[in-house]
Write a new protein. Sequence first.
Length: 84
Amino acid sequence: CASDEEGGVVFVDPPTDAKVGDRVTCEGFEGEPATENQVQKKKIFEKVYPDLRTDANGVACYKGKPLAVGGGTCVASLVDAQVS
């Protein structure tokens, strides 16, 4: 979901050609995904959360790099919003 300071909350939508189970990628952050145990133990989400935002076009990004899946990007109708 993306949320703005005015209290708006919307879903971040994957591209239409994305399939359930497709891996979300981010340029510059390649490698094997963390296991569920690693995510919890190392508190990975808490570390990346502040850098998950939509850009001026509503594209979900991590540190300014688009989140991609299935050959396209993930988008929301809110711009410059926090993604969680």
